[in-house]
Design a protein around this ligand. Sequence first.
Ligand code: PHE
Length: 339
Amino acid sequence: MIEKIEKLMAEIEALQAANAEEAEALRIKYLSKKGEITALMNDFRSVPAEQKKEVGMRINQLKAAALDKINALKSQAAAGSQQCACIDLTRSPYPIHLGTRHPLTIVRNEIVDIFSRLGFTLAEGPEVEDDWHVYSSMNFADDHPARDMQDTFFIESHPDIILRSHTSSVQARVMEKNQPPIRVICPGRVYRNEAISARAHCFFHQVEGLYIDKNVSFTDLKQVLLLFAQEMFGPDTKIRLRPSYFPFTEPSAEMDISCHLCGGKGCSFCKHTGWVEILGCGMVDPAVLEAGGIDSTVYTGYAFGMGIERITNLKYQVKDLRMFSENDTRFLDEFVSAN
Ligand code: PHE
């Protein structure tokens, strides 16, 4: 009898049921009136008196174990079928999650839009460039530090072929194909050999502007940039130009806008100065015009270049540059685009 109980106990422990019906069949097999454990209890009568205590205890244990196990199998099966019931085949597939434009694309489009209203047309150039278009034609001296490995990505075995480190290379490409009047806006990706952090990345995006014609002056440049700043950051935005240096412009300047978060009063965003830097600009150096095949005694021009990430950070206060390239949809979904 004890042996039989032990055999049944092992059987019970190993029981499996794929669904509720199989679990019920097991209950019938072991615990119904004609079940195996019920039969054991009926046999109990013939157990010798001195074994009754031990056998009785074991049968009770077996019965309890069987009940527990079969109930557990039943609730498992019920949970499983509930999961199936969760798939509602009648549910409408709409609205479909369409995604949004990338914030950098939204801002790029906005910048291009503002300048196209001022008569600028779109021009683009290759990201894999040669030294001439990125540096030499832009009046960089042979030993200019920007050519250094620390800034520029070189293509191995082709020291003349590089990843462009600024969109000024598109200026060179436009000039070699066109004579003034030239009025272009050139958005694109650029690469610099920098360690990736919250504030720097090995690639980012710029927009270059170039205007060449007779009698183009610094006043024209200033007025266009003021209009851009006010369209982009609101009509109360002020601009300030600080003298600077770029090999391809003379004179050169860096432009700040009044901090749109504190209205110029000073806050932690503008480091309590009331101003934030947004772009570099200047009058095209005559040497650059000549390199592009344009007569610098007849024509003058201005150029400017800005980082799209920078403008986007100012507009949306994105604190970490890496967010732009991580493809985290929780971040991207915050930018519902109109265009
Ligand atoms: N190319 C410059 C840069 O990458 C920006 C610039 C463009 C400055 C055009 C002046 C004129 O920082």
